[in-house]
Design a protein around this ligand. Structure first.
Ligand code: SF4
Length: 344
C-alpha cells in the first residue's frame, strides 16, 4: 500500500528514503518540491532522476483534501469545507489582513472538549486528523489561491479551527515542523500559534520545547464561570493551568501568551470579572484577545453589549494588559471563532 509522503517529517523521510539509497540532499530536493513548489505529482520533480521518481511513485502518494464547498465573506475571509478520504469533512479558514494572511486550520474532525459556546464542540468528536490532513489544509489553500509562484504569502498559521490540538499533538507537531523547515520560504515559529482549551498535563509535558506560540482559550476569570461554559475545567482546574503558563513565561521570556476571552453577555463580562482576570494573569507575559461572540443555531449565549466590551478592554489596558478587541471576521459565512462545523 502506498504511504502518504506528507505524513513524514524531514528527519523521518531521510531515514525512510535511505532504504532507497537516497542521500540527504535528494530528500532536501523532494522537500522543496513538496513545500516550496507545491507539486502534487512525483513526475513534476524534474531535478530528480526518472528511476527515483518512479520508485517514489510506486511507494508514496502526495495528499490533498478535496474542496467540497467554498464560502466567501464580504470582508475577504474564505471558508473551505474540505472532504477527507473517508468522506468526513473539516473546515479551514483563510483570513486576509493588511499586513498578513492567516490560515486557521483544524486538528480534529469535531471536538470532544464540548465548550458550550462552540458549534464544533456541540456537534461532537469523530477522529484525529493525520499529519497530512493537517498540512494538506495549508497546501490546498495555497493551490486554490494560486500562491505558489506569487509574492503573496500565507504568513501566519493558527491552530484554532476544529478540535483540541493537544489531543492530537504528535500530528500537529509534525505539521508544524514541516511548515517551518524551509529556511527561506517556511513560516517562522513566531507566526504559528497553537491554541488549547487547557489540557494541563499535556501542556506541562511539551512546554519546554513547544516549537511555536501558545494561546489559551481562557474565556473566564474563575473556576465557577469557566466550569459552567467549558466542562474541561472540571477536570483541569484554572490554578494548574495558570501555573503552567507561568512556567512557560519563564522558558519563553520574549513570547507573550495570548489568552482568548470570548465576551458573553451577563456571563463573564462584568467589571468584577475584568479585575479578577487581571489578578489571575499577574506574573504572566500575557496579551488578552477580546473576542466578540458569534451566535449559531441552538446556542444559548448572547454577545456582550458594546459598552461592556469597551469597558472590559479599558480596565485591562489601564492595568497594563494589552487587550485588543478582535474584529469579527467571516461572521456572514459562519467562519468566525466558535462557528466552525463539519456539517455540509
Ligand atoms: S472551542 Fe475549541 S476546544 Fe472548545 S469545543 Fe470548540 S473546538 Fe473544541
Amino acid at each position: 500500500m502506498k504511504k502518504g509522503i506528507l505524513n513524514y517529517t524531514h528527519q523521518e523521510l531521510v531515514r525512510e528514503l535511505s532504504l532507497f539509497g537516497l542521500q540527504k540532499f535528494r530528500v532536501n530536493q523532494i522537500y522543496q518540491w513538496l513545500y516550496r513548489h507545491g507539486v502534487t505529482e512525483f513526475s513534476s520533480m524534474t531535478n530528480i532522476g526518472k528511476n527515483i521518481r518512479e520508485k517514489l511513485e510506486e511507494s508514496f502518494y502526495i495528499y490533498r483534501p478535496k474542496i467540497s464547498n467554498i464560502a466567501k465573506s464580504k470582508d475577504g475571509t474564505i471558508k473551505f469545507l474540505l472532504e477527507l478520504c473517508d468522506q468526513n469533512t473539516i473546515e479551514t479558514v483563510f483570513i486576509p489582513e493588511k499586513h498578513r494572511n492567516t490560515i486557521c486550520v483544524s486538528s480534529q474532525v469535531g471536538c470532544s472538549v464540548g465548550c458550550l459556546f462552540c458549534n464544533t464542540g456541540y456537534n461532537g468528536f469523530v477522529r484525529n486528523l493525520t499529519a497530512e490532513e493537517i498540512i494538506g489544509q495549508f497546501l490546498i489553500v495555497k493551490d486554490y489561491l494560486n500562491l505558489w509562484k506569487s509574492d503573496t504569502r500565507l504568513s501566519n498559521v493558527v491552530f484554532m479551527g476544529m478540535g483540541e490540538p493537544l489531543f492530537n499533538f504528535e500530528n500537529v507537531q509534525k505539521s508544524i515542523y514541516n511548515l517551518m523547515r524551509d529556511e527561506e520560504h517556511g513560516i517562522s515559529r513566531r507566526r504559528i500559534t497553537v491554541s488549547t482549551s487547557g489540557i494541563t498535563p499535556k501542556l506541562k509535558e511539551i512546554i519546554k520545547d513547544l516549537p511555536c506560540r501558545l494561546a489559551i482559550s481562557l474565556h473566564a476569570p474563575n473556576d465557577l464561570i469557566r466550569s459552567q461554559i467549558m466542562p474541561i475545567n472540571n477536570k483541569f482546574k484554572l490554578s494548574e493551568l495558570i501555573d503552567v503558563c507561568k512556567e512557560y513565561s519563564q522558558y519563553q521570556k520574549y513570547l507573550k501568551i495570548t489568552f482568548e476571552y470570548l465576551l458573553l453577555d451577563g456571563v463573564n463580562d462584568s467589571e468584577t470579572n475584568a479585575y479578577e482576570l487581571i489578578n489571575l494573569l499577574t506574573g504572566i507575559n500575557a496579551k488578552v484577545n477580546l473576542l466578540q461572540f458569534n451566535s449559531w443555531a441552538g446556542c444559548r449565549f448572547k454577545a456582550s453589549q458594546k459598552n461592556n466590551v469597551l469597558r472590559f478592554a479599558k480596565i485591562l489596558e489601564s492595568n497594563g494588559i494589552e487587550a485588543p478587541i478582535r474584529a469579527r471576521r467571516g461572521e456572514d459565512i459562519m467562519a468566525a471563532c466558535g462557528q466552525l462545523s463539519s456539517k455540509k
